[in-house]
Design a protein around this ligand. Structure first.
Ligand SMILES: Nc1nc2c(c(=O)[nH]1)N[C@H]1C(S)=C(S)[C@@H](COP(=O)(O)O)O[C@H]1N2
Ligand SMILES: [Mo]
Length: 563
């Protein structure tokens, strides 16, 4: 061991802090990369980044989420992940600097880091005993790399690891870099600034740098590079497995197929959203930071709680049951008037009513709490699931297995209720409960416990702000009042009288309905407004209200200029 006195840093050349910062970032990157790779073997949510991110999403207060939805239109995963990575990097750099000065401090930092990851992954709703493993392995690797980097730390002619801090304990503190440097000014310095000094440490390489620097950089950059490959690589690996499993799914034919669509479901006006929304165009709203990737063979649904006969089903068992196929329009409570968070698809699935009949719910169980693999919850009135509407455990969307983003392998779809109280994706659990006993995810965040879809209508064409030529203009769009059905749509120009639009055909009361109205457009600026009436005779209200707590109201209004 070198003696301290002779190994003080050169005056004015303190060990650069960024070595420590780089070491910390490299070690953390290695941990995350290894964690992702290992998680690929056990399942996505166990990766430390995903686990910690999941906790962050669940902990974020409603206004933050609303802001995210408002700004990014859907809950923005990328921005959140970038934010998490940034915070991580700052912590990582701090730990690295600590480690380079006092190894044990740095390792303690890694341990704290690791504990956060372990706690986050172990408390993920789908957690198994294996969930903390990727984080633990990552933390061990990070600690190892820190030790290694510390040994490789460049020793300038006058700088030894000793000066950069050693592990002799807090009582033997050499202080932070600046102090070391300050002490150095009072200490005889061996070979300072001399490339030909007597220790190997002081020999500079061709670039005029000490050799340790190269090895340090190679190690650190190598670890970061490996992580940059491992993180997306691990995720891709897992996603590919799930994609392959999805491709291998053979959907059964429904025992109750959807009737062929009447030709007149379309008003035939260009610019109107198609009656059936393709999976690719279907809006997506969820709190999942990374799309939960679940293999059908790992999927289980347990139906339990206030029931006489709890039930667990495998995917195979679910597929073996009688299936129905229905067109159902899904809407998000966050949809603004005139917004696009609504879509219509042909769903294939098992009637939830049949399953509930089998488990024999208690009369007291007025709420069915559905849970997803990533811990999202929704609360649906038991009555709505048993009143004969086509509430489904859906496995198919538009003739394909559910897309992963839309809930593969199994999700709920319930006509007439907003998605947040009914349409749980990546479903794993149905618990018969009571509204007074449990508040679901968004209900805890100030949304209403009961949320039937409000009657709404939208002008798809002409687009707002358009300049049109005078003459006949086809005004057209969609209107929805799921499970009640749309009986009328009216349009008015400026403050003129409401005029009846033509309605397209619909297969049931559970879908949206296209409408069109020929407008003899006259020159000038005009305001076009639409309103729908449902089959109970209720006219869509003009009262303007934001989405919180149970759906936006008001009438879609656009301005156009006719030349
Ligand atoms: N697991 C899970 N399921 C979920 C959500 C979620 O955040 N997590 N969001 C719900 C909401 S708010 C809506 S509107 C619908 C949207 O379904 P989609 O993304 O398939 O359009 O999913 C519902 N199911
Ligand atoms: Mo939603």
């Amino acid at each position: 061991m070198e003696t301290r006195k002779t190994d003080r840093p050169a005056p004015g050349r303190p060990p650069k802090q960024w070595y420590g910062e780089l070491a910390g970032v490299a070690a953390t990157a290695l941990a995350l990369g290894l964690g992702e790779l290992m998680a690929a073997a056990t399942g996505g949510p166990s990766a430390p980044l995903v686990a910690v991110g999941g906790v962050a999403v669940d902990a974020a207060p409603t206004p933050v989420k609303e802001f995210a939805v408002a700004v990014f239109y859907t809950y923005d995963k990328l921005a959140l992940q970038a934010g998490i990575v940034l915070v991580l990097a700052v912590f990582a750099a701090f730990i690295g600097v600590l480690a380079m000065r006092r190894l044990w401090y740095g390792l303690a930092g890694v341990a704290v880091f690791g504990m956060i990851g372990v706690l986050a992954s172990a408390t993920r709703p789908s957690a198994t005993w294996a969930y903390p493993l990727p984080t633990v392995a990552g933390a061990v690797a990070a600690a190892g790399l820190l030790v290694l980097l510390r040994r490789t730390l460049p020793r300038r002619a006058a700088v030894s690891a000793q000066d950069l801090g050693d592990d002799t304990g807090p009582g033997d503190d050499t202080g932070p870099d600046t102090d070391v440097a300050a002490q150095g000014t009072h200490t005889p310095v061996r070979g300072a600034g001399s490339p030909s000094s007597d220790t190997g440490n002081s020999v500079l390489d061709g670039a005029g740098q000490p050799p340790g620097r190269r090895r340090f950089l190679a190690l650190a950059v190598g670890a970061i590079g490996a992580a940059a490959v491992a993180v997306p690589g691990g995720r891709r690996l897992w996603a590919q497995r799930v994609a392959a499993a999805r491709a291998a799914v053979v959907l059964p034919s429904p025992s109750s197929p959807a009737a062929p669509l009447p030709a007149k479901v379309s008003v035939g006006v260009p610019g109107v959203e198609p009656f059936v929304t393709s999976a690719a165009d279907f809006y997506r709203i969820d709190t999942a930071l990374t799309v939960p990737q679940m293999e059908p063979r790992d999927w289980r649904l347990t139906i339990h709680g206030r029931v006489k006969r709890p039930l667990t089903l495998t995917y195979e068992q679910l597929l073996a049951r009688p299936m129905v196929e229905r067109y159902i329009t899904l809407a998000c409570v966050s949809n603004e008037v005139g917004g696009e968070l609504v879509g219509n698809a042909r769903w294939l699935g098992v009637p939830i009513k049949d399953l509930l009949d089998e488990v024999e719910p208690d009369d007291s169980a007025d709420q069915v709490v559905s849970r997803s693999v990533d811990g999202y919850t929704a609360g649906t009135p038991t009555a709505a699931l048993r009143d004969g509407r086509d509430a489904l455990l859906a496995v198919g969307m538009n003739g394909e297995p559910l897309p992963v983003e839309h809930g593969f392998p199994v999700r709920m779809v319930v006509p007439g209720l907003y998605g947040y109280v009914s349409a749980t994706k990546w479903l794993t659990e149905l618990e018969l409960s009571r509204f007074s006993d449990f508040s679901a995810y968004w209900v805890r965040r100030d949304y209403a416990a009961l949320a039937p879809v409000k009657t709404q209508s939208r002008i798809d064409t002409p687009a707002a702000g358009r300049r049109l030529e005078q003459g006949l203009v086809m005004v057209a769009g969609v209107a929805w009042a799921q499970h009640r059905g749309v009986s009328a749509v009216e349009v008015r120009v400026d403050d003129g009288p409401w005029q009846r639009a033509q309605l397209a055909a619909v297969p049931s009361v559970d879908t949206w309905r296209q409408w069109s109205w020929p407008w003899p457009a006259t020159p000038g600026e005009h305001r076009l407004q639409v309103r729908a009436t449902d089959n109970t005779g209720q006219v869509q209200t003009g009262q303007v209200h934001e989405p919180l707590p149970d759906g936006a109201t008001g009438r879609h209004t656009i301005k156009v200029t006719v030349a």
